[in-house]
Design a protein around this ligand. Structure first.
Ligand code: ZN
Length: 178
């Protein structure tokens, strides 16, 4: 794991497609990455961020929808109920908005920074964000859920993102979040 300053990776960066490895032993470096991720998320006006989005292929996410910060390691969805479809944005796919159908209520199991087990129930927006971030850990992006029209609508934006995927991340004022 690399401890140089992390930056948000943009669509086109292959790291976004790699399945994150589970964290076996939590080291100080993991905690450092988690706090840097939280900082980056807040700086970017986001409500969630997965480690793969900062180029770290390990199963870690941070989430804060305005009701407190979650830092989760090895998160897994163990229960799903109902469905909802929200317009989602992504800090790794700035300028693109896709309506994604996901479960309305979920139960997430994970461990915290001290390796203590965590079980969380979430619904609505919070459930949506957890599902979005956990999908990142599996190499999935919102565009994978796009229907034909969404794909056409966003084709130019995606092409442009691919071109600048090696640049330094989302532009200031990006309205897109997780
Ligand atoms: Zn995202």
């Amino acid at each position: 794991m690399n401890e140089t300053k992390l930056k948000i990776r943009i669509y086109g960066d292959p790291v976004l497609r790699i399945k994150a490895a589970p964290v076996k032993v939590i080291k100080p470096a993991h905690r450092q990455v988690l706090s840097q991720m939280a900082q980056l998320m807040y700086e970017s006006g986001g409500i969630g961020l997965a480690a793969v989005q900062v180029g770290v292929s390990e199963a870690m996410i941070v989430v804060d929808i305005g009701a407190g910060l979650y830092k989760l390691i090895n998160p897994k969805i163990v229960e799903k109920q109902g469905s909802q479809a929200m317009e989602e944005g992504c800090l790794s796919v700035p300028g693109v908005c896709i309506k994604v159908k996901r479960a309305k209520k979920i139960v997430v199991k994970a461990i915290d920074e001290e390796a203590r087990p965590v079980v969380l129930q979430a619904e609505d927006l919070l459930a949506c964000v957890f599902q979005h971030e956990i999908a990142h850990l599996n190499g999935k992006l919102i565009i994978d859920y796009a229907n034909f029209l969404d794909k056409i609508k966003n084709a130019n934006a995606l092409k442009a993102l691919k071109k600048r995927s090696k640049d330094e991340g989302p532009r200031a004022g990006s309205r897109l979040f997780f």
